[in-house]
Design a protein around this ligand. Structure first.
Ligand code: PGA
Length: 253
């Protein structure tokens, strides 16, 4: 089965509402053919509503950067899946390494978030990835396997099929150091194999596994040529329309 490439821009804690609307306007103007590549943006929470209004009927997808697992209640500062659905999100990033490291999110919390996201008809993007120290000690495969299986624990094939995985080696995020295409491919292939063993062939063959970590216009093509790399989760290069659109047009780069 042919997997449609997916490029998502993670704006992290950048952009006021006016800046976000301006950026999304430029992206929509030159959005690549949605038959060939699916493109999404993840603005900060404060800009979701304005960006959703600007997206309107365009094929651009709205992505949230994080979520809490309860529907509503006394959880000061948190945002529920219901609210994300309400504002027009289709995807939610869960378990980004910055959430794991800075905000101490555990695999158990991430699993609760994934289940909540799916129960509201949203699609999770589960991030996994090793630190530099873990890679140097040879733990990469052990770490990503554990993050993948704990994050998706208890999910049916039907739900796993709605999930996207993002392999983001922590040492490559925001550092300008990209994993080489073969280093990334090795891990993507490994993750796909685990999905096949734990669930089934259809799941393994259909799930998109994105690469994240210093994806830029000049390295996207070689990454996307790898058989198990189905797209990118793009941080820094997604903050300017020009570089993000170049990444999205990887076939022409
Ligand atoms: P980067 O971030 O492209 O700036 O390395 C990627 C990410 O954190 O998703």
């Amino acid at each position: 089965m042919k997997r449609k490439p997916f490029i998502a821009g993670n704006w992290k804690m950048h952009k006021t509402i006016a800046e976000a609307v301006s950026l999304v306007t430029s992206i929509i103007e030159k959005l690549p053919n949605p038959e060939q590549v699916e493109v999404g943006v993840a603005p900060p929470f404060t800009a979701l509503s304005a960006v959703a209004a600007r997206i309107g009927n365009s094929a651009l997808k709205l992505v949230a950067q994080n979520v809490f697992w309860e529907k509503e209640g006394a959880y000061t500062g948190e945002i529920s899946p219901l609210m994300l659905k309400d504002v027009g999100c289709e995807y939610v990033i869960v378990g980004h390494s910055e959430r794991r490291q800075i905000f101490r999110e555990t695999d158990e919390m991430i699993n609760k978030k994934i289940k909540a996201v799916l129960s509201f008809g949203l699609k999770p993007i589960l991030c996994v990835g090793e630190t530099l120290e873990q890679r140097q000690k040879g733990y990469t495969f052990e770490i990503v396997k554990s993050q993948l299986l704990k994050g998706l624990e208890g999910l049916s094939s039907e739900h796993v099929l709605k999930t996207t995985i993002a392999y983001e080696p922590v040492w490559a995020i925001g550092t300008g150091k990209t994993a080489s295409p073969s280093q990334a491919q090795e891990v993507h292939h490994f993750l796909r194999g685990i999905l096949g063993k734990k669930w089934d062939k259809e799941v393994a063959g259909s799930i998109r596994i994105l690469y994240g970590g210093s994806v830029k216009p000049d390295n996207v093509k070689s990454l996307m040529q790898q058989p198990d790399i189905d797209g990118g989760l793009v941080g820094g290069a997604s903050l300017k329309a020009e570089s993000f659109l170049q990444v999205c047009s990887f076939m022409e780069v």
